[in-house]
Design a protein around this ligand. Structure first.
Ligand code: BGC
Length: 766
């Protein structure tokens, strides 16, 4: 970590509005031989893009991302050796980003500060070992850019008449430019990124351009994405093209209501020449764009094009893939991948489109195991956990609802209290590092997170009642239960204190195991005892004759998977869970808390068929309902789009919320049959459980040791054919129903087993 800086944070003397520019110029020192390397460190209060001698210093976007800015502002370290010259001009453009832009649904902005500032330090190393350092200081100047306004929620306005690259050329001077103010900041907040930068991932062309019933020009990109639209257009000087973004259509028009107050609108003023607009100081969650002011209208856009969707996300390496003979299940999986891509834009967010986009802790607590399989999420989530720890340290050990925590600054809705320790949401402090440990087997992640876990769990311990239950205080519970009224998201079937006590048990139990891994015997004993106490209290107060209080799917799912029940009650609980699932017509009846665990609970208690029927249901509510409705991402509500094609009237109706996609974790482990037997997959469990009429499934994972591949196929309904690839340095245990376990060494394997297909489950959508 860099400890002493030459550069300072600087801001423009004049607030030009929009996205101000900062420039500095210097001469390379002579007599030191050739330049061996040039490294640029860039950061900002706001978001920043940097240029060196007229060229973009990197492909990174939205630098330095969003962290707990009060204590930690990250910097990017860029190799710009190829860009420096005898005279070198450094340029920075500053956007409002999360620092000064709008955040939360309260209309608040500038929650971290109202002054944008840029930071750049260039270190040039010469052949003789000399290092020349140049960076943001009082010699810099500031000016206005062509971006006249920008906000992550509301969009970006760019006036092409103001484009002028002159500021990036040596010797530039303009009477409109002013000096800079050097901020009195000790820079101790500056830290390197732990996770990856945000980058462009891909581009999509429109699949349809048409006129809506009310005569507006609409464009469909065929996929709900996160990013922006690059616009190439020629038109009259001063004419304005407006792009409004949304995820869905509403009665044939752009469906903007779910965005609440987010304007999601970019405005481009044309120069009269051929213009290219790319608004990178905002991002939208959208599939559709309404275009106003396009020269020549819909016809011209249809025939000549000009709009390209640019998909952005944190730069994560795709590691896990899954495919089966069932195209609806495949689409569900693909939609989960898209949901993750769009909600992993520097911070793991609930949603990417409305006036929210916050790092809700419960969402990632539910989704982390899935995320760690689909993409290499280690750096990304370790980075976020640093912020979680910092927030917690400054809030008396409380893990807040969102990280970074901006809710502490706003006057939010009455139903949300000030930060308190909350089941599932605060448990992210333990559940997320646990998921990282399982997926990547790196002890250092547990070590780093251990103090945060301890302080969370100890705080939680103090909240338990004398009867040993967690039965007081605020809880989200099984938030957005499908049987709750749209405007009563907390009115779940599952008693919130039952859910809280279950989550507390899981946290204590995991922490005891983590302490053991870390060799901390006294913490292992402390949390082992806490788990035992919770277990005893739960069974005494919440289980009667095998029936768990509130007698609904979520409580059985959690009780079974978390292992809290007395052995004698497990079979009853599994049967009761299966009975409830059947009674609901195999429609889903769980939400935030229960959904990630319900299929596992059924599988573990001998109700695999029921798990498949739940998975393959297409009627609302179900996982596949949204797929049959044409979804390309995972929705916030099971019925974000109602069966009659209208948008759910609830205030929280996002079409891109990854949490319910957590079922892919079960798909990978149980349907596909690929799971870690030891953290990090040095030992692998291959245990496919075919069913649901699926005739084959292929699951692959790029582990740290290499590629694992598990492909099974049911042949002629009486033979199970397995093809496996096990990477060097690992071994696998193959477990197939009806056969003895077999240990497999690294290499390729093929196995055949007699198989009895179950006719009870029909193939759906094959
Ligand atoms: C978010 C959820 C979040 C929840 C907490 C919602 O507004 O979108 O995903 O976890 O609030 O209750």
């Amino acid at each position: 970590m860099m400890t002493s800086w030459h550069a300072r944070l600087v801001s423009s003397d004049v607030d030009f509005g929009g996205a101000p520019l900062l420039r500095g110029e210097f001469l390379l020192e002579e007599g030191h031989g050739e330049v061996l390397s040039a490294t640029l460190f860039v950061s900002a209060l706001g978001v920043v893009e940097a240029w060196v001698n007229g060229k973009k210093a990197s492909e990174d976007l939205l630098t330095p991302g969003w962290s707990a800015y009060e204590w930690r502002v990250r910097y990017a370290e860029l190799d710009v050796t190829a860009l420096v010259g005898p005279t070198t001009v450094l340029g920075l453009a500053l956007g409002n980003g999360w620092y000064r832009g709008r955040l939360t649904w309260t209309g608040a902005s500038a929650l971290y500060g109202d002054e944008l500032a840029g930071f750049a330090e260039l270190r040039v190393r010469f052949a003789d070992g000399h290092v020349q350092v140049f960076g943001t200081d009082s010699s810099w100047s500031a000016g206005a850019s062509a971006t006249t306004s920008n906000d992550l929620y509301d969009g970006q306005d760019i006036d092409a008449r103001k484009y002028d690259d002159g500021w990036l050329a040596p010797g530039f001077a303009s009477p409109e430019w002013v000096g800079v103010l050097v901020l009195d900041d000790d820079l101790s907040r500056l830290e390197p990124y732990v996770g990856p930068p945000v980058r462009k991932q891909m581009e999509l062309e429109p699949v349809r351009v048409w006129e809506s019933p009310s005569g507006r020009v609409l464009v469909d990109f065929g996929q709900n994405v996160v990013g922006w639209v690059r616009t190439e257009v020629v038109g009259q000087e001063g004419a304005v093209v407006t792009l409004r973004h949304a995820e869905v259509l509403d009665h044939g028009e752009l469906g903007t209501r779910p965005l609440r107050t987010a304007e999601a609108t970019d405005r481009f003023t044309l120069s009269g020449r051929a213009d290219v607009f790319e608004p990178s100081f905002t991002f939208h969650g959208f599939q559709y764009v309404e275009v106003a002011g396009w020269p020549g209208g819909a016809g011209a856009l249809q025939s000549h094009g000009g709009l390209t969707a640019v998909v952005v996300s944190s730069e994560l390496r795709r590691t896990g893939r899954f495919e089966t003979s069932n195209r609806l299940v495949n689409k569900l999986h693909e939609n989960t991948v898209w949901g993750m891509r769009g909600n992993f834009v520097d911070v793991p967010t609930d949603c990417p489109q409305r006036d929210e986009r916050l790092g809700w802790t419960g969402d990632i607590a539910a989704f982390a195991p899935s995320a760690c399989f689909l993409f290499d999420s280690q750096g990304f989530l370790r980075d976020w956990l640093r912020d979680l720890t910092l927030e917690q340290q400054h809030q008396d050990g409380i893990v807040p609802f969102v990280v970074p925590d901006v809710l502490k600054y706003v006057n939010h809705s009455a139903e949300l209290p000030d930060p308190v320790t909350t089941a599932l949401w605060s448990d992210a402090a333990v559940w997320v590092p646990w998921a990282l440990w399982q997926a990547y087997g790196d002890r250092r992640v547990l070590e780093e997170a251990f103090p945060s876990m301890l302080s969370h769990a100890r705080r939680l311990g103090q909240l338990l009642s004398p009867n040993g239950l967690w039965d007081t205080g605020f809880q989200f519970g099984d938030w957005l239960d499908p049987d709750a009224a749209p405007e009563q998201p907390a009115e779940a079937k599952a008693d919130r204190h039952v859910v809280a006590t279950l989550c507390a048990y899981r946290t204590a139990d995991l922490l005891a195991r983590i302490a053991q891994v870390l060799g901390d015997a006294s913490a292992a004993a402390e949390f082992g005892a806490m788990a035992d106490g919770l277990r005893a209290a739960f069974n005494e107060h919440y289980v009667q004759g095998g029936v768990v209080k509130s007698d609904c799917t979520t409580v059985y799912a959690l009780a079974i998977v978390f292992g809290i029940l007395n052995q004698a009650d497990v079979e009853f609980a599994g049967d009761r869970l299966a009975g409830l699932v059947e009674a609901a017509g195999h429609r889903i009846s769980t939400r935030f808390a229960g959904t990630p665990f319900v299929t596992d609970a059924l599988t573990a208690t001998g109700h695999l068929d029921t798990a498949y029927l739940l998975l393959l249901q297409t009627e609302c509510p179900s996982w596949l309902y949204s797929v049959t409705k044409g979804a390309t991402t995972i929705w916030e509500r099971w019925d974000s789009m109602l069966p009659d094609g209208t948008i759910n009237p609830g205030d929280m109706t996002s079409f891109n919320h990854y949490a319910l996609g957590a079922v892919v974790d079960w798909l990978h482990r149980c349907v596909g049959g690929l799971a870690p037997l030891e953290p990090g997959y040095r030992r692998i469990l291959v245990a496919p459980q075919p069913g649901g009429g699926l005739t084959w499934a292929k699951t692959t994972l790029e582990t740290l040791h290499g590629l694992v591949c598990v492909r099974w196929e049911v042949i002629r309904e009486d033979e199970l054919h397995l093809v496996l690839v096990i990477p060097a340095g690992t071994e696998a245990v193959l477990r197939v129903p009806g056969a003895a376990d077999e240990v497999l060494a690294a290499g390729a394997h093929e196995r055949r087993f007699p198989w009895k297909s179950k006719a009870s489950v029909l193939a759906v959508g094959v």
